[in-house]
Design a protein. Structure first.
Length: 168
């Protein structure tokens, strides 16, 4: 065999070994780590100038990042790591509440987002076997459910779509 054929075969074999090692490493990583890498890549790829100028883009980006953070929390729960999930969820709740503008009525969508966070928080506390924490999360979820319904009614009234009694 000629030397250049041997060298080519050697390079192909080395490339396959490197690829197999990389694939094995990626597959063995916990799901929460993989999602965190995805979230970090999205965060780094965001267009900061466009976020300042385009409120729709900013809201969409914030929603995507929140969704990935919630997936990270769910992955931590699946990996039997409720403490990490609880930390992520409390960060999400704080961020959602921080976006509320003083003096402006909160939208039902914001309440629904926060309800999802409390559902996941309840699951994390149940996994941790913290009944008091799970109960508080469930109560917060139920309170937000009522607030979301009130906000939805108010929003439909503002849009002229509400159908209900005069006292409603």
């Amino acid at each position: 065999m000629k030397t250049h054929v041997k060298i080519t075969i050697l390079f192909v074999v080395v490339a396959l070994i490197v690829f197999a090692a990389y694939a094995t490493r990626r597959i063995s990583a916990p799901e929460s780590v993989l999602i965190a890498h995805e979230r970090d890549a999205l965060y780094e790829a965001r267009d900061k100038d466009r976020m300042e100028k385009d409120p729709t883009y900013a809201v969409e980006m914030r929603d995507r990042l929140q969704f990935l953070d919630l997936r990270i929390a769910a992955a931590h729960i699946a990996e039997n790591d409720p403490d990490a999930a609880i930390a992520v969820i409390w960060k999400l709740i704080a961020e959602e509440e921080a976006h509320v503008v003083s003096g402006v009525a909160r939208r039902s969508r914001s309440y629904v987002n926060e309800m999802r966070f409390y559902e996941t928080l309840q699951s994390a506390y149940e996994l941790k076997k913290d009944e008091a924490g799970a109960k508080k999360a469930r109560e917060a979820h139920d309170a937000l459910l009522l607030k979301a319904a009130e906000a939805r009614t108010r929003e439909s009234r503002e849009e002229g779509k509400h159908v209900g009694s005069a006292g409603d």
